[in-house]
Design a protein around this ligand. Structure first.
Ligand SMILES: *Cc1c(COP(=O)(O)O)cnc(C)c1O
Length: 358
């Protein structure tokens, strides 16, 4: 089997240790004689998985008892609607539009209330984060929504909006990659398939006192109160995705937790950005202070050379480097499970490609 380094933005690379454990467990989980994909979600075995996954996530992120941790379905995109349906009480919210997903979130919310775009970075192709010192928010709003890491354009918030309003954030592509103080937020959501596990489960971390006033039209399945009351077992959960997430949480804990992986992530991103910045061949268009440590977009001098790069990189075992269709060029997603060696292999290839194509 050919070993590849997978730079996909999502679904994305998982740790070998996690996949090997899943392989070991696949036919006979914990002496049950069954696979996790076959067993009742009401079984003791699955109850243990559900509980351990929740407890480990709480431990890794320092989530207090005043928050629910929910495992739901529908991806982060369904949260674009669930958030306003559950949290709009006064009927108003402000959104920061810093990328495609942030824009989609605002668009869905507009169906349910008075949504104002407080700031946008669309004027410069989402290559920066608006200056939060100058962004003004309304006083009488239910929340401010922003996307902490912009997966497609490779930007991230390093500071949070200055407002007394509750904060809601989409952490789909940076959850567990850096230390974040959960207490600053009313709600955090994240699809699992970037930094945690297979697609299928979406994580919602929500303040307990925020879930009691869903809009009358909010579907039962989208009410956080439904999921909280049932311990995320209201209907059949995506059992295997939750199980794989649990394995990733175990792996991360063993590695030393979020503070430890953050150091590794900063090191990996630093290697790649330093190389790009010192090259006259490759360019990253993002404002340096706002650069993501998870998704690194870059281009060569021409779209034709980009296409050649992507093709030759794949032939050299560096796969899924094609940028999102909205951004073009290349994008290296270097999530938690991407080893340092993978980033070094990419840089070695970039050097070689530059010499051959300059
Ligand atoms: C991938 C992604 C989404 C969409 O996630 P789905 O689970 O596919 O709905 C939303 N927000 C961000 C920041 C993402 O990276």
């Amino acid at each position: 089997m050919q070993k590849v380094y997978n730079f996909s933005a999502g679904p994305s690379v998982l740790a070998d240790e996690v996949k090997l454990q899943a392989q070991k467990d696949f036919l006979n989980f914990n002496g049950s004689g069954m696979s996790v994909t076959e067993m009742s979600h009401r079984s003791k075995w699955y109850e243990d998985i559900n509980n351990e996954a929740g407890a480990l996530l709480r431990e890794l992120m320092g989530i207090g008892d005043d928050y629910y941790v929910l495992f739901v379905q529908g991806g982060a995109s369904t949260q674009f609607e669930a958030v306003p349906l559950n949290l709009l009480v006064k009927g108003k919210a402000d959104y920061l539009v810093t990328g495609n997903f942030a824009e989609k979130a605002a668009k869905e919310a507009q169906k349910y209330g008075d949504i104002r775009i407080a700031a946008s970075s669309k004027d410069k192709a989402f290559t920066y984060i608006p200056d939060l010192d100058t962004v003004e928010f309304r006083d009488d709003i239910d929340y401010v929504h922003f996307t902490m890491n912009n997966t497609i354009f490779g930007t991230r918030f390093t500071k949070f909006p200055k407002t007394a309003a509750p904060l809601v954030t989409d952490m789909s592509s940076n959850i567990l990659s850096e230390v974040v103080d959960v207490n600053r937020f009313q709600l955090i959501y994240a699809g699992a398939q970037k930094n945690i596990g297979p697609a299928g489960v979406t994580i919602v971390i929500v303040k307990k006192d925020a879930i009691d006033h869903p809009m009358a039209i909010c579907p039962t399945m989208l009410k956080y109160s439904t999921q909280a009351a049932a311990d995320s077992l209201y209907n059949t959960p995506p059992c295997f995705s939750v199980y794989m997430s649990m394995l990733t949480f175990r792996w991360l804990k063993k590695l030393g937790g979020v503070a430890e992986i953050q150091k590794i992530n900063e090191y990996k991103a630093g290697l790649l950005y330093d190389f790009i910045d010192n090259s006259s061949f490759y360019t990253n268009r993002v404002n340096p202070a706002d650069r993501s440590i998870m998704n690194v977009p870059f281009v060569t001098p021409s779209p034709e050379t980009d296409a050649k790069f992507i093709k030759e990189a794949a032939a050299n075992g560096l796969v899924s480097l094609k940028g999102h269709r909205l951004a073009g060029g290349m994008r290296a997603s270097i999530y938690n499970a991407m080893p340092v060696e993978g980033v070094k292999a990419l840089i070695d290839f970039m050097k070689k490609f530059e010499t051959e194509n300059r």
